[in-house]
Write a protein that binds this ligand. Sequence first.
Ligand SMILES: C[S@@+](CC[C@H](N)C(=O)[O-])C[C@H]1O[C@@H](n2cnc3c(N)ncnc32)[C@H](O)[C@@H]1O
Length: 245
Amino acid sequence: MTDTSPADTWQLSDTEVFSKYGDAFVPRRAEQTAAVCDLLSGIPVRHVLDLCCGEGRLSEEYLRRDPQARVTVLDRSPEMLALTAKRLEPFADRHDSIEADIEDRRWRTGVGYGGVMTSLAVHHLDGEGKRLLYRDIHAMLAPGGVFVMADLVEPAGATARTLAGDHWEEAVRRASEEQFGGDEAAVAFERTEWNHYRLPGPDPVDKPSSVAEHLDWLREAGFVEVDVVWMYAGHALFTAKRKAN
Ligand SMILES: C[S@@+](CC[C@H](N)C(=O)[O-])C[C@H]1O[C@@H](n2cnc3c(N)ncnc32)[C@H](O)[C@@H]1O
């Protein structure tokens, strides 16, 4: 997941690669998507922000499950927002979009979302950026609202890091066989150096934090019921709730 411009985080070439191979590159993607939506069941306002929506996979599943729900999708990439708009066409007027950078604080205003979900994006922020984001998301949620995040995490030690890299590589190799009938996706995964755990780091683009740091920052932001509910190949799924009044 690297690119040539160190000043930037996500490039058009990443969009093209991810659109083509995302189902193979994201370990157990369908399982993760289902778990994110499961964690949003019962939110107090059925309006969810999909932060760095990509092609809108999470939003599609969330809207499919609940005919009364709406989503706001946010991404910096107009290409990704266009792909999301196409994917969400069957849901007519139940979605709107914001073109913005995740780091920009102007979109972080008090909408009162029932939920905020995000997948594979928050690791582009540094530690301080994540802390601030969690505080702002907490303030944007309605009382009882839920934040759900799937993302890469940084293992706490070298052995666990190697294992995360091994598991990720194995998962992509299996998915490549299943989805492409051969090693096409596995070769692309290696060629693009997508496996963060194979790179020495630190990396200017991908800056995952440890599970412990995320949990601390979420609690510090005021969230309750902060938890990791799923983890595999360095990918973790967090949930956190804003206290009901
Ligand atoms: C790996 S994709 C994940 C997309 C989607 N959430 C999913 O899981 O399928 C990362 C997404 O984050 C977006 N992105 C990367 N850096 C961003 C930034 N600084 N601000 C807003 N969006 C960003 C990219 O355009 C891309 O759509």
